[in-house]
Ligand binder design. Structure first.
Ligand SMILES: *[C@@H]1O[C@H](CO)[C@@H](O)[C@H](O)[C@H]1NC(C)=O
Ligand SMILES: *[C@@H]1O[C@H](CO)[C@@H](O)[C@H](O)[C@H]1NC(C)=O
Ligand SMILES: *[C@@H]1O[C@H](CO)[C@@H](O)[C@H](O)[C@H]1NC(C)=O
Ligand SMILES: *[C@@H]1O[C@H](CO)[C@@H](O)[C@H](O)[C@H]1NC(C)=O
Ligand SMILES: *[C@@H]1O[C@H](CO)[C@@H](O)[C@H](O)[C@H]1NC(C)=O
Ligand SMILES: *[C@@H]1O[C@H](CO)[C@@H](O)[C@H](O)[C@H]1NC(C)=O
Ligand SMILES: *[C@@H]1O[C@H](CO)[C@@H](O)[C@H](O)[C@H]1NC(C)=O
Ligand SMILES: *[C@@H]1O[C@H](CO)[C@@H](O)[C@H](O)[C@H]1NC(C)=O
Length: 774
């Protein structure tokens, strides 16, 4: 009771003092040796913040604090003597000549003071409470430079307001984080902290921790919001601009808030929630904007590694696509601690890829590396090139996909939002990626400028040749990958969607004996296909050259025949598209660095035909010497026309001679007719290329010639199907006797097809053309 009586005069004095000071000036400033006693306050220039002594909640203890001047209820943003309360009202605050602000208790002992690293003699220091809520101590001399000897913003309590930094000084190691009060009555540090957890070299992010245990992760800041609060939609009447700074010296998050009528604060509650409130200065009431954690999925790592949490499913936990429960038997509802594992192990093979997950909370970045300069594309390449990289993402939404986060290790604390999350790209085994992209296989679209650069502006030096539907150029992409670019000369730009669909279809045809389609380009009047580059050119470059044909020994030739047959079988039967090539020939069999054959130009005829039926076409695509009789005569094509071309090719590989243009002193037959003659005379072995040394296995050569003759029989129905060809090549079974081949007399293609008008450009023997067959 005594105390109350004693208080009254001091309060009265305080008001008196305030009135006096106010009429002088600088009610917001404490000068050296000026005393602030309990009951007195200083107020920032525009009366937004006030500093003085207060008692929190129902406590009687006295604390030095800063609060919003005109808020109801009384809202403290900063406390000086958090851990050392005064038990009476005898506290005095004083600034000494060194610029240190001290709080003395009634007996004259210092119970709290502003520590400062800026030592030395300060001339005429002063302490000032700014309108931002920051209490700053400045040196009289360097006032103009705005260098603070000390500022309360560096020592936050539970409240984060505009202009404060949350982060770490990387040089001194000092961290700035929020810590909850113990209770509403006790501002001493409680169990919860909100702040960055810095792992050296990793990307920083904000957590709420209970002592050292992570409770929830707000995540990295993405330029617009924290990853853990993507739907943090603030009231549109105010402008909230967050900024994360990461450099050699410091790392911090701060926000600036501009409004003339509203104030904003983030507060860490004693119960471990981060709450955002705004104050309407007209009615002086606080309104809550957000509380975090918000839902079950905000529990840190709830679903374990590679698990993903969603509040719209039950249970909330699930595995990311491509992953399955690690311990399905141990699972008890609600406990997903052990999480998920890959359904298919990674083998670091070239076909591994990334699956994009949209609207995600990016995984914990404690094991993620950051590069602020990489584009998303560069990010993918980098992650793809390092087998331990499990995922990548662009952390910064506002920068337009610049900046790269790469994860090394498990993906933890992932959740899926109904909207507004971020894109995450997770590495998966090849089969998973293909399976997941069912029907929408991505085929890269190259820009014309990329291809121009790669091919040196389609320079003549880069031209590989002119086969099929246009010239082919060699190119090198910026990453160093060699490509072959086919510039489609005859393609009209009308059916671009059709073209694109066709490209996607063709890109799905993947077999080790087919040349891989890497992408395409549509720009202006140009349509191009980009293939992998084959260093050993094409089969015709070897077998029809007097010198080079000796480089191909019999085992290699047989291997090539086999490979072509398997590629053809895939096209005819094993692929879902059932493609008839229609222009199989030595020039369309390319050779990789190990001399494996790869069929090229498959699907092109299909692409040019559009919707025409398989049975009939007005236009004949093909190359003289390889065209089957029924195709040349009636435009009738089927897998059996490809088999005919394959038979021609086999005989060419065995003999090293071209079917068309074949000359023999004894007769006018072409290669097929010649082979037929020798077969009937039992002298088939005479057909074999003289440049081969004599070590070839007789039975294999004879068998190859025999199968070749079966394939070129006049009537399509007599020819074996592709599967039989592959079986015959691999087996020892007796073969049926071949009947007379089609087109065995030189030039007979033309004789039989009088009504085909051949374009004059057809003089070149290996040039394919679209022959108008009307
Ligand atoms: C400040 O308080 C001290 C006692 O703590 C007193 O000696 C001193 O005179 C006071 N100074 C002013 C300017 O009131
Ligand atoms: C969840 O399961 C793990 C072991 O699988 C166990 O260590 C943990 O205590 C369990 N947690 C809960 C909340 O049941
Ligand atoms: C990004 O590029 C700028 C300028 O080229 C450079 O100063 C900076 O160090 C780079 N940052 C990183 C993380 O590589
Ligand atoms: C992959 O990245 C990790 C982490 O940066 C690094 O330690 C490792 O050396 C890299 N591996 C390769 C093959 O580059
Ligand atoms: C995000 O990008 C914007 C625009 O480039 C940049 O100003 C900001 O600092 C970036 N933020 C982060 C967290 O990288
Ligand atoms: C390629 O062509 C473009 C435009 O025609 C020209 O600007 C560029 O210099 C050329 N580049 C080369 C390597 O010839
Ligand atoms: C095939 O290409 C590879 C790689 O370019 C080369 O080393 C090899 O000699 C070539 N083979 C032949 C028979 O030319
Ligand atoms: C010519 O065309 C007609 C109809 O397109 C076809 O019936 C005929 O078989 C073709 N060949 C000859 C040699 O007339």
């Amino acid at each position: 009771m005594n105390q109350t009586i004693m208080l009254l005069p001091s309060i009265t004095m305080a008001f008196f003092f305030l009135m006096v000071v106010r009429t002088c000036n600088s009610v917001d400033t404490i000068a050296v040796y000026q005393n602030i006693t309990d009951g007195e306050t200083i107020v920032s220039e525009n009366e937004i913040f006030e500093m003085g002594f207060f008692s929190p909640g129902s406590s009687k203890n006295r604390y030095l604090g800063i609060w919003f001047k005109n808020a109801s209820p009384h809202t403290v943003v900063w406390v000086g003597n958090r851990k050392t309360p005064l038990t009476n009202t005898l506290g005095i605050v004083k600034l000494d000549s060194h610029g240190i602000l001290s709080l003395y208790d009634g007996s004259g002992s210092v119970i709290w003071s502003s520590h400062s690293s800026a030592s030395g003699i300060n001339v005429n220091p002063s302490a000032q409470l700014l309108d931002t809520g920051n209490l700053v101590i400045q040196d009289g001399n360097i006032l103009s430079k705005k260098i603070f000897i000390w500022q309360s913003f560096d020592y936050p309590g539970d409240t984060f307001i505009s202009g404060m930094k949350l982060g770490k000084n990387l040089i001194t190691g000092r961290e700035i984080y929020l810590s909850s009060w113990r209770s509403a009555d006790d501002p001493s540090p409680g169990e919860y902290t909100v702040g960055y957890l810095m792992v050296k070299g990793k990307y920083p992010q904000v957590y709420i921790r209970k002592r050292s245990v992570i409770e929830t992760r707000m995540g990295p800041y993405n330029g617009i919001a924290f990853a853990g609060q993507p739907n943090y939609k603030l009231n549109p009447v105010y402008i909230y601009k967050g900024d994360m700074v990461l450099n050699q010296k410091e790392m911090y998050f701060m926000y600036t808030f501009s409004s003339t009528t509203l104030l904003l604060r983030h507060i860490t509650t004693p119960g471990g929630k981060l709450e955002v409130w705004h104050l309407n200065m007209h009615n002086q009431e606080w309104m809550q904007d957000l509380t975090f954690p918000q839902d079950n999925c905000d529990n840190y790592g709830l679903c374990g590694p590679y698990g993903s949490c969603s509040t719209v499913t039950f249970p909330n936990c699930g595995c990311l696509k491509g992953f399955e429960l690690k311990n399905p038997e141990e699972l008890n509802p609600g406990n997903w601690t052990s999480g998920c594992r890959r359904s298919r192990a990674l083998d670091c093979g070239p076909a591994e890829g990334f699956l994009m997950f949209s609207s995600m909370k990016l995984p914990d970045t404690q094991n993620a590396e950051f590069d602020g300069n990489m584009s998303l594309q560069e990010c993918e390449v980098a992650c793809n090139n390092n087998c331990s990289c499990t995922a990548y993402a662009n952390p910064n939404i506002s920068s337009g996909s610049v900046g790269c986060l790469q994860w090394f290790g498990d993906l933890i604390d992932v959740r899926m939002y109904p909207q507004n999350g971020q894109d995450l790209y997770v590495r998966l085994a090849a089969s998973e990626v293909l399976g997941s992209k069912k029907g929408s296989l991505e085929v890269p679209l190259f820009s014309l400028s990329t291809i121009s650069r790669a091919t040196n502006n389609f320079s003549i030096d880069n031209k590989l040749g002119e086969v099929g539907f246009g010239p082919v150029y060699k190119g090198v992409l910026e990453e160093g990958q060699e490509i072959a670019v086919k510039r489609l000369s005859k393609f009209s730009t009308q059916g671009l969607d059709e073209f694109r669909n066709e490209v996607i279809c063709i890109a799905k045809l993947q077999h080790r004996n087919l040349v891989k389609l890497l992408g395409y380009c549509i720009q202006g009047h140009e349509t191009m296909l980009v293939y992998e580059y084959m260093p050993n050119k094409s089969l015709d470059w070897f077998i029809f050259d007097d010198l080079r044909r000796s480089l191909l020994d019999w085992p290699q030739r047989f291997h090539i025949i086999h490979g072509i047959a398997r590629g053809l079988l895939y096209l005819h039967q094993d692929s879902r598209l059932r493609v008839v090539h229609r222009d199989l020939k030595a020039g369309n069999v390319l050779l990789d660095c190990d001399m494996n054959p790869k069929i090229s130009d498959f699907g092109l005829a299909r692409m040019f035909k559009g919707h025409e039926s398989e049975a009939n076409t007005k236009k004949v695509v093909g190359t003289l010497g390889y065209i089957s009789p029924e195709y040349a005569a009636n435009g009738f094509f089927s897998v059996k026309s490809d088999i005919f071309s394959f038979g021609v090719l086999m005989l060419e590989i065995v003999s090293g001679k071209k079917n068309r243009g074949f000359v023999h002193e004894d007769h006018h037959d072409n290669l097929l007719g010649h082979a037929w003659r020798l077969y009937k005379e039992g002298k088939s072995l005479d057909l074999i290329d003289a440049s081969l040394d004599k070590s070839w296995p007789v039975s294999e050569v004879l068998r190859s010639i025999h199968i070749g003759l079966l394939c070129v029989q006049q009537r399509a129905e007599d020819r074996p199907d592709t599967q039989s060809v592959v079986r015959m090549l691999g087996g020892e079974d007796l073969l049926p006797s071949p009947k007379q081949p089609g087109f065995f007399i030189q030039g007979s293609e033309c004789d039989l097809t009088k009504n085909i008008s051949l374009p004059s450009s057809l003089n070149g023997v290996t040039v394919s053309e679209i022959i108008d067959g009307r």
